[in-house]
Design a protein around this ligand. Structure first.
Ligand code: 5RP
Length: 226
């Protein structure tokens, strides 16, 4: 079985009947949806991902709008990179604002990754994606000049002329951070800029990572490896 499937199978063991479960995006989560359906467990799902929602619906899982749910028992997600401090970057999907909301609403927020994504410390080869209110774009770009930023590019659409517009009607800035100067306060300082909705840097919400490799699954918590 491929490692992503193994990771998803392990994640299923954390899910109990009656739970409200958050599911993010990506291929590992897609495997988890299939395992969840095959298990026959009765759960309610919330998801910020259009693709995950379609897959849940086609598998017959009950999906609720996030706006109808006050709390979440456990949430699972993929990421681009996660480190030993459980700091993570979730930059590819462009849906990090709602993914972070799901993460904070959940009693447990668990990342599912293969070994290639687990590093001692974030390398910042992926950008920190900043969702910005369109009217605030010039202001936010000017403020970013005082950050350890190498480049900040508006994310452009590959399928139409113009910028990517988020589900919330905002723009995305792909902010490439100088890895030698990134510090633990970066997420908070970026979020503190007026006009910034949220960023793809998750430094204080991940409670666990399940890291899958050829020798099995490692469970990483903030206290270390179990
Ligand atoms: C994008 C993400 C996705 O969740 C992640 O890329 C999914 O990875 P995989 O397909 O390996 O499960 O965070 O920013």
């Amino acid at each position: 079985m491929d490692v992503k499937k193994q990771c998803a199978e392990e994640a299923l063991t954390y899910i109990e009947n009656g739970m409200t479960v958050g599911l993010g995006g990506g291929s590992t989560i897609k495997h988890l949806v299939t395992f969840l359906k095959d298990s026959g467990r009765s759960v309610k799902v919330v998801t910020p991902s259009w693709e995950t929602k379609q897959h849940c619906v086609s598998e017959g899982l009950q999906v609720l709008p996030l706006s109808d749910v006050p709390s979440i028992d456990i949430a699972f997600d993929g990421c681009d990179q996660v480190d030993q401090q459980l700091h993570a970057l979730k930059s590819g999907g462009g849906i990090h604002t709602e993914e972070k909301l799901v993460a904070y609403m959940a009693d447990e927020y668990v990342l599912l990754v293969d070994e290639s994504k687990f590093v001692p410390a974030l390398t910042f080869e992926h950008p920190v994606v900043v969702e910005v209110l369109p009217q605030a774009l010039p202001y936010v770009r000017r403020k970013l000049e005082s950050f350890p930023v190498l480049q900040a590019n508006i994310r452009m659409s590959e399928d139409k002329d113009g910028a990517v517009i988020t589900e919330n009607g905002n723009l995305l800035l792909d902010v490439y951070v100088d890895p030698d100067k990134a510090d633990s306060g970066l997420e908070g300082r970026l979020k503190g800029l007026t006009g910034v909705i949220d960023t793809s840097l998750f430094t204080s919400v991940v409670t666990k990572a399940l890291v899958a490799g050829p020798s099995g699954i490692r469970e990483i918590t903030i206290k270390g490896e179990n």
